[in-house]
Design a protein around this ligand. Structure first.
Ligand code: GLN
Length: 190
């Protein structure tokens, strides 16, 4: 069982460590050939414009799209990664993205005053709150049919899932809590 971590930009190392702590092999992905044999891919937080441009340039955008459409790859985008997965990025129609998940997302949606914060989050199916770290985080403003909302911060949607795709506004790799990584491993296995 291998879960790759897209390593073009952003905090991919923390995801890698989290997966390895669960006994999962977590190769870094920078070229399309490196998608071979992966059951899942995590797209990390960072700067979504940079990640999007590089993924397009390296042919990874198209390669990931094909594998997802064939049903052979699970993908989880965290923060900038969630933006990359979204079908619609509000106010940035030209920003390069995979566009695989039927959501509309707003970048930096918590405002400049609240750059980053940590908050215990109720997640559907989890017995206790999850320590969610938000850093210049996006908010999911629209979810399409078939997209399940798994968590809200106040009334803002911050975690969704649709089949083998998952998107979170926050950074689960920056806390000691591995429950969401475990959930993704199960999604990729299933
Ligand atoms: N604000 C960043 C963006 O819009 C995302 C921030 C993050 O990944 N922590 O690309």
């Amino acid at each position: 069982m291998k879960i790759g971590v897209l390593a073009l930009q952003g905090d991919f190392r923390e995801h890698k460590q989290m997966l390895q702590s669960l006994g999962v092999e977590a190769p870094e992905v920078r070229k399309q050939e490196q998608l071979e044999g992966l059951s899942g891919l995590i797209v990390p937080g960072g700067e979504s414009t940079t990640i999007g441009k590089l993924a397009r340039e390296y042919g990874l955008e198209q390669a990931v799209r094909e594998r997802v459409e064939q049903g052979s790859l699970a993908v989880w985008g965290t923060c900038a990664g969630a933006i990359w997965l979204a079908k619609e990025i509000i106010g940035y129609p030209e920003q390069p993205r995979a566009g695989l998940l039927d959501i509309a997302i707003r970048r930096n949606a918590f405002g400049r005053q609240v750059d980053s914060f940590e908050e215990p989050l109720e997640i559907q199916g989890f017995a206790t709150p999850f320590p969610a770290v938000f850093i210049r985080a996006p908010v999911i403003e629209r979810v399409g049919p078939g997209v399940e909302v798994l968590a809200r911060e106040g009334n803002r949607v911050v975690l969704v899932r649709s089949g083998k795709l998952m998107a979170s506004s926050f950074h689960p790799e920056l806390t000691g809590d591995s429950r969401l990584h475990r959930l993704f491993v199960e999604m990729a296995r299933g």
